[in-house]
Write a protein that binds this ligand. Structure first.
Ligand code: HEM
Length: 489
């Protein structure tokens, strides 16, 4: 081989290697979607999609027959697997009926029992605990989701038990929430031992009579522990941590937004607009599904549609795609523009960050924006967040970010090199992470399908066992991920 050929081959190899971060992660994501569909089975009507367009999104979501939550969808086996323990009493996945009503009533009561000033006080105190130890030194490198999670773990412990959260319990809660969200994003597999430790703690507190509000009637103590775990120490902690990380990363990656926040008074409406726009641009829910309990005929609402009316049989699995819906409706929907919230609302702007009022919207929709703002304010009071990391809706990188102390007069000088290093590291981590997600995700989809938690539960209900045991009982206790040897249950 001539020297010229060798040089050309070496150059080609370097070019392929150097371009990996640009083409490999998206290619692996496409492959993952194909494998998931293959293993889990293709099911569902994407909304918006070819059968039902954006104009009918909210009408279909609000339709009384779009009310099945878990029974009858293979997809539910995967969600139940990710949300275990106790997916059968998780509010999000309970079928409509007395059990759901009892659970939803309890969540409403628990959230409204805390006055607004008290929420504010709790969040500021817990933010102080997390942020003060980081002040006083130089610039810090953090992952924003990891920064936010202990804050929300301790805050929700205080909301539930009305007492400060001991450090070791905060670690239990963070261990549980982090495990759930990592599995959901396929950046890790489930560790049921971490989750079970929290269930045992909650069961102990329930039996000791330490929960200051009435728990859902008709549930066993174990189910009540799973209910508290699912709603407050999984969903609340995960959603609030993700939302905090998204808002801070949106600020950290946009100098014009950051600069404006620095100039505006602390109580300005601009921060609210940034939060609103972040929830529109990076909705926390990717897809929410419903199973139709009756046939639905829906008018497309679009005079140019090729199918003006769609008929959906009972048992259809509707996949409401928030991200796609939010990026349609107005010509500039693809642009991140907080100021759109200062102008009169565009009638066609699509924005349902907390769901649709007529069909089980988020019970925290009143309190979440306010408490989110408080937490973000506390960070911005002390630091300027700056980042060159990739920011997408799923945020598998957990939001790498520099926190530059506010009092530092030289401010952002000296961060340029660190930002270049962060960008390079983030792009290369994308390569290894996307491969890990492919492996973990494929294994979990297959494992969830094998365990069939939701299907087995409803088979038991149908066969007349009115109060079947927990959905986690009886499944393969020894399964281990073949890639890492991790897992358990
Ligand atoms: C910024 C933060 C949050 C966002 C953007 C958010 C978003 C949502 C959305 C879009 C839904 C509806 C999903 C569907 O239609 O299936 C939902 C449901 C739910 N959320 Fe949130 N959420 C947030 C915070 C919270 C918090 C703090 C809690 C707990 C205290 C919570 C508990 C729930 C529950 C239990 C449901 C199921 C409601 C039902 O089916 O009755 N969320 N959330």
């Amino acid at each position: 081989m001539s020297a010229a050929t060798r040089a050309a081959r070496a150059a080609a190899a370097v070019a392929v290697l150097g371009s990996l971060p640009y083409w490999l992660p998206p290619a692996v994501v496409r492959l993952r979607v194909r494998i998931f569909a293959r293993v889990n089975g293709e099911e569902g009507v994407p909304v918006p999609g070819p059968e039902v367009g954006t104009a009918a999104f909210e009408r279909l979501y609000a339709h009384p027959a779009a009310n099945g939550r878990s029974r009858g969808a293979a997809l539910s086996d995967l969600f139940w697997y990710w949300l275990a323990p106790g997916p059968e009493v998780h509010q999000e996945h309970l079928e409509p009926g007395p059990r759901y009503e009892a659970v939803a009533r309890t969540t409403r009561r628990a959230l409204t029992a805390v006055r607004r000033q008290e929420w504010d006080r709790i969040v500021r105190r817990r933010a102080y605990d997390v942020l003060e130890p980081l002040t006083g030194g130089g610039t810090r490198v953090v992952r924003l989701r990891d920064l936010a999670m202990p804050l929300w773990a301790a805050a929700y412990h205080e909301v539930v038990f009305r007492e400060p959260c001991p450090d070791e319990v905060r670690d239990l809660i963070v261990g549980n929430a982090d495990d759930v969200v990592s599995a959901l994003k396929c950046t890790g597999v489930r560790h049921m031992d971490r989750r079970d430790r929290l269930t045992r703690y909650l069961l102990g507190r329930i039996r000791a009579g330490d929960v200051p509000f009435e728990l859902p009637e008709g549930l066993s103590d174990h189910e009540r522990a799973c209910y508290l775990q699912g709603t407050f120490f999984n969903t609340a902690v995960v959603q609030m941590s993700e939302a905090t990380a998204h808002v801070l990363l949106a600020i950290a990656t946009r100098p014009e937004v950051r600069e404006r926040l620095r100039r505006e008074p602390a109580d300005s409406a601009y921060l609210d607009h940034v939060i609103e726009e972040t929830l529109r641009y990076y909705p926390l829910f990717g897809v929410a599904h419903r199973i139709t309990t009756d046939a639905i005929t829906i008018d497309s609402g679009d005079p140019h549609a090729t199918t003006p009316v769609t008929k959906l049989p009972a048992g259809s699995v509707l996949l409401f795609d928030y991200a796609r819906y939010h990026r349609t409706g107005v010509p500039d929907a693809d642009r991140f523009d907080p100021d759109r919230w200062a102008r009169p609302r565009q009638p066609d702007l699509h924005h349902v960050p907390f769901g649709v009022a007529a069909n089980r919207p988020c019970p925290a929709r009143g309190i979440a924006p306010m408490t989110l703002r408080t937490a973000v304010e506390e960070v911005l009071k002390r630091f300027e967040p700056v980042s060159s990391a990739r920011h997408d809706r799923s945020m598998p990188n957990r939001g790498p970010c520099l926190l530059v102390p506010r009092e530092n007069s030289t401010r952002l000088q000296g961060t340029a090199v660190r930002l270049v290093a962060m960008r390079v590291r983030d792009r290369w981590e994308d390569v290894t992470r996307s491969l890990a997600q492919l492996a973990y995700g494929s294994w979990m989809v297959a494992d969830a399908r094998g365990q069939r938690l939701c299907g087995t539960y409803f088979d038991a209900v149908a066969s007349g066992v009115t109060t079947p045991g927990p959905a986690t009982a009886g499944h393969d206790a020894a399964a281990r991920c073949p890639v890492t040897g991790e897992g358990g249950r």
